[in-house]
Ligand binder design. Structure first.
Ligand SMILES: [Zn+2]
Length: 314
């Protein structure tokens, strides 16, 4: 069973026009492609990331279950979108409900919205059957802010995990410093019954920090999307890292049971297509021989889906 715990459904109205325009400017300059060409070619692949297209891509890759979300950029420098955060999540819910048992959604919300955020999560879980919460701290907040503690209490009460971005990489004009996983460590310490997923395994600067946090906290998990290009170009490093995860002794639940698979579809499709990422992971035991590392196929199965199945009670 293959479960992708990190993917997005995207509609133009869920993010502000300023967000789209500024990204178009940044990418057109960085890629040396005229803005109008970029808008016509790359953007449709991202803007029209609806459930139907995602399920096709999942089938193509052999992925059985996808966990999807939007992203609440409304309080960031991007500004509020045409749709409110509630409308955005409602749209995601409508999309997902067309594919029961195949797609599940988590509620994207910025905890700075205070009571409104708490009410939205209650509605998302109780009325829309959403199974978690998505944070993107690069929008401008440290997750350990005491003002968010009532929000975390509510998540514990509702028994839903928090999925939080941990990587310097984000939308170009968001701020990486807020995504340092050490702030999630503080939340995990204060709320031992709250489960937290460090998305992207910390990226390159924080990956070892993520490993240490997982060693210290029983309630912290991770997911490997964002490592597609590194796995390819720094294969040695990535395989050693996974090997450490699969073989490290921990007094708590072993790390090999707390690492999950993700693709960040459709955002990294230009880096490596989802189906190739799945194949890359499946081939690890063979690939690793070249580096004198031994991988058990049973651990690869845990990474690809069994850990997520258990974590999400699917
Ligand atoms: Zn993502």
């Amino acid at each position: 069973m293959i479960i992708n715990v990190h993917s997005h459904l995207i509609h133009r109205n869920m993010w502000s026009e300023y967000f789209w325009d500024r990204n178009a400017n940044i990418f057109s300059e960085a890629m040396n492609v005229p803005k109008d060409v970029l808008i016509k070619t790359l953007f449709p692949r991202i803007v029209n990331a609806h459930a139907e297209r995602y399920v096709e891509a999942m089938d193509d890759a052999g992925i059985d279950v996808g966990i999807v979300n939007g992203t609440d950029w409304g309080m960031s420098a991007a500004g509020e979108a045409k749709w409110s955060v509630e409308e955005q999540n409602q749209w995601v819910n409508q999309q997902v409900s067309e594919y029961p048992d195949k797609l599940y959604a988590i509620c994207a919300v910025d905890p700075r919205r205070g009571d409104k955020a708490i009410k939205l999560v209650e509605k998302a879980v109780n009325e829309w059957s959403m199974i978690g919460v998505k944070f993107h701290p690069t929008a401008g907040y440290y997750p350990d802010n005491p003002e968010f503690f009532p929000f975390y209490k509510k998540c514990v009460e509702l028994k839903v995990p928090i999925f939080s971005h941990t990587s310097v990489f984000s939308v170009p004009f968001m701020e990486g410093k807020y995504a340092d996983p050490i702030y999630l460590d503080s939340v995990a310490a204060r709320f031992p019954d709250l489960k937290i997923v460090m998305l992207h395994f910390g990226g390159l600067p924080w990956v070892l920090k993520c490993v240490e946090i997982m060693n210290a906290r029983h309630n912290v998990y991770t997911e490997i999307s964002g490592w597609q290009s590194r796995a390819f170009f720094e294969t040695d490093y990535f395989l050693k890292l996974l090997h450490k995860m699969f073989n490290s002794a921990s007094l708590l639940t072993p790390l090999k049971d707390r690492i999950m698979f993700g693709t960040d579809w459709p955002l990294l499709e230009t880096v490596l297509e989802q189906k190739d990422w799945v194949e890359w992971i499946k081939d690890i035991p063979e690939k690793a021989e070249e580096y004198n590392l031994k991988f058990k196929r049973s651990n690869i199965k845990k990474l690809l889906g069994l850990n997520a199945k258990e974590f999400l009670n699917l």
